[in-house]
Write a protein that binds this ligand. Sequence first.
Ligand code: 3HC
Length: 284
Amino acid sequence: MGEIRNVGVVGLGAMGAGIAQLCVEAGVDTVGREVSAELGEKARDQIGHFLTRKVEKGQLEQAARDEAVGRLTLTTELDDFADCDLVIEAIVEELEPKRELFAELDRICGPAAVLATNTSALSVTEIAAATTKPGRVVGMHFFNPAPLMPLVEIVRAELTADAPYETAYAFGERIGKTPIRCHDTPGFVVNRVLIPLLNDCIRVLDESRVTPEDLDTGMKGGAGWPMGPCALVDLVGIDVHVHASEALYEKTREPRMAPPPRLVAMRNAGLLGRKSGRGFYAYD
Ligand code: 3HC
């Protein structure tokens, strides 16, 4: 265990595509898996778009951009991960589909491969328990948007062995992130703090009758946040945030973890933020 030559990324939604982008930019051959060829192509287009913007802004050579995009292979088959040294999972935030996937990866991948989950609020230990080698399962929790946010939390589950854990840490550094080490507790480090904090922000909308625009102005101008809480929840996805809040509330029973009714109503109405075109703000 140690050298990572080929990486697999399962799920090429916003997070998976961002993670795949980081890998190919760092010179690592990457296999990306989506459930349909169309979704895979959509992710490749998105990665190509962001790398083209870097070329236009003088941050990347055209040839380096083309080589990076060329390092991404798309597939719909998990069997194509057989030769990967590291597989990073970024599928739907549901425990059972993740456990089923890890059981499959455990069967398909070589014994030395490291299996990582990008889960934000589920237990890495419970996911690892679906495999025959839980020692090689680790959390690699990236932040949205993954290519821009420096942090990756390297999460040690109950049975994670030292070598795969350090391999994941070193890989985080290799792709240009700032890794931090932590154990598998609900919300790990950042979401343990950020999710109840964002929930507090949304409750303040009703309590102090501030507008979303003014709340965002307040937290940017008065607390130094790079983006206001309403804009941030729109970016993360209101469905994703509600789901993570529910998962953390279920585990901790802390009232501040519970999703505010206003967000649940928005989720139920299909106001999901940027991805649906409307959340607290409207998007093109
Ligand atoms: N992928 C790749 N590149 C991207 C991108 C993406 N998703 N989004 C934007 N970019 C590129 C664009 O090309 C853009 O340049 P362009 O507009 O000229 O094309 C470039 O990045 C820079 O974008 P911005 O000018 O918008 O960059 P800013 O300086 O405004 O910073 C930000 C943007 C980094 C998002 C900043 O606003 C920020 O730090 N916001 C806070 C984000 C945050 O807190 N995220 C954590 C969410 S919680 C989470 O993820 C946990 C999870 O478990 C729920």
